[in-house]
Design a protein around this ligand. Structure first.
Ligand SMILES: [Zn+2]
Length: 140
């Protein structure tokens, strides 16, 4: 069990503008706090240093689990998942379908979209409502 202090936890979430750093879901829309993701999981030796921490929604964190790699569905190759501290979201992902789905622009992006199931039916259903209300996508 790792320990992330409340201060660091708040810093990570604030710096992420209270959005999941994988699917950009805003904390205010999901009815529960964002969680702190160890980008390199503790189980694989990842530290609790700031450089290894990201704000994540519960869904992304659940599906990410202890993964650091995923299959790029376009090539079938195993590639690393998106690293929020080392990579820029907009270089690997884009909103499509009027902001209700995330498209992976790169092998990293495609593998992350697939592994974290960011376009599952429930996520899309929520985003359709948020988009209709102009609450989403966040302006990051
Ligand atoms: Zn997420």
């Amino acid at each position: 069990m790792s320990f992330v202090s409340p201060g660091i936890r708040q810093q990570v979430i604030s710096q992420a503008q209270e959005c999941c750093e994988y699917c950009q879901t805003q904390q205010c829309l999901i009815g529960m706090p964002l969680v702190i993701d160890h980008i390199i999981p503790r189980a694989l030796g990842g530290s609790s240093d700031r450089a290894n921490l990201a704000a994540s929604c519960y869904r992304c964190n659940l599906f990410k689990g202890a993964k650091t790699q995923g299959i790029d569905p376009q090539t079938g190759k195993l590639v690393t998942l998106f690293h929020p501290r080392k990579q820029v979201w907009a270089e690997h992902f884009a909103w499509i379908e009027e902001g209700t789905q995330i498209k992976g622009l790169t092998a990293v992006g495609r593998a992350t979209v697939s592994a974290l199931k960011v376009n599952n039916d429930y996520a899309i259903g929520s985003r359709q409502i948020w988009v209709a209300e102009n609450w989403h996508p966040p302006d990051i």
